[in-house]
Write a protein that binds this ligand. Structure first.
Ligand SMILES: Nc1nc2c(ncn2[C@@H]2O[C@H](COP(=O)(O)OP(=O)(O)O)[C@@H](O)[C@H]2O)c(=O)[nH]1
Ligand SMILES: [Mg+2]
Length: 242
């Protein structure tokens, strides 16, 4: 396996119970990876909890943000934090065990030949466990929309389990990424694809959270629908390689 310097960014809002068990699990799979938790002042004390954990486990960091601004904003500040340091592979991962740490080594292997690796639920059929049908339909048709409307050739465009080479993040103007909810994933994929980078999807099984609450809302769905049409327009003028 490669010896690249790896950072796993995990955005959190009220994930105290999940994150304390997730961090040791990640360590077992990728012992050398650093972990950055980006917390939006969770009322349940997620940040304090991780700081406590970091006293005994090395290379665990917390980026505290003042208020809840959506996962997109949290990732942008996490990416900026990462790019100031010399990480070569930068992961996005949820705190709630929907993204099983067992897949982490598969991402590292795939990153040998890809600029962006996406953990995909929709490579063959639908690999989602325990989601209500309404949620699955939003995700599934949202993905078809991303392909048809925005033209992005990715089967799971809203997946939040991803691994970027740092050069990819460096090439994107992070200040211009406007999405705050799930459309953040679509917007990032759009820029990565337009710049001509090589995107590879690997299969994952996504399991809904057992602990804590989802932050999904209708506002997030609305934002995503508007974004798809914005990207379609941008497609015409975007000065990328595709
Ligand atoms: N920092 C931060 N993290 C968030 C925010 N919204 C969601 N998250 C985190 O992003 C990840 C995915 O969110 P989740 O609610 O599980 O989304 P779902 O699985 O799609 O329902 C989890 O780790 C959340 O704690 C936010 O506003 N700020
Ligand atoms: Mg979740």
């Amino acid at each position: 396996m490669s010896q690249k310097k790896v950072l796993i960014i995990i955005p959190t809002y009220n994930e105290r119970e999940n994150i304390i068990i997730l961090i040791p699990e990640i360590r077992k799979k990728l012992p050398d990876a650093h972990i950055l938790v980006v917390d939006d002042s969770s009322p349940d004390g997620t940040s304090e909890c991780v700081k406590e954990l970091s006293k005994n486990i090395e290379n665990i960091f917390v980026l505290d943000r003042e208020k809840k601004q959506g996962l997109g904003r949290a990732y942008i500040s996490g990416f900026k934090w990462a790019l100031k340091r010399d990480y070569e592979l930068i992961f996005e991962m949820d705190a709630d065990f929907s993204h099983d740490p067992k897949y982490l080594p598969d991402f590292i292997n795939a990153a040998e030949k890809a600029d962006l690796v996406i953990g995909s639920r929709y490579i063959s059929g639908v690999n989602v466990i325990n989601w209500p049908m309404s949620r699955l339909l939003i995700s599934y048709f949202g993905n078809i929309g991303a392909r048809i409307v925005a033209g992005i050739p990715v089967k799971d465009c809203t997946s939040g389990f991803k691994c970027f080479h740092s050069k990819v993040l460096k090439s994107i103007n992070l200040n211009k990424v406007g999405s705050s909810g799930y459309s953040f994933q679509v917007e990032m994929n759009f820029y990565v694809w337009k710049q001509g980078f090589n995107i590879v999807e690997i299969p994952i099984i996504f399991t809904d959270r057992k602990i804590g609450e989802s932050k999904m809302s209708t506002k997030i769905v609305r934002e995503a629908l508007i974004l798809l049409w914005k990207l379609r327009l941008m497609s015409i003028f975007y000065p990328g390689k595709r």
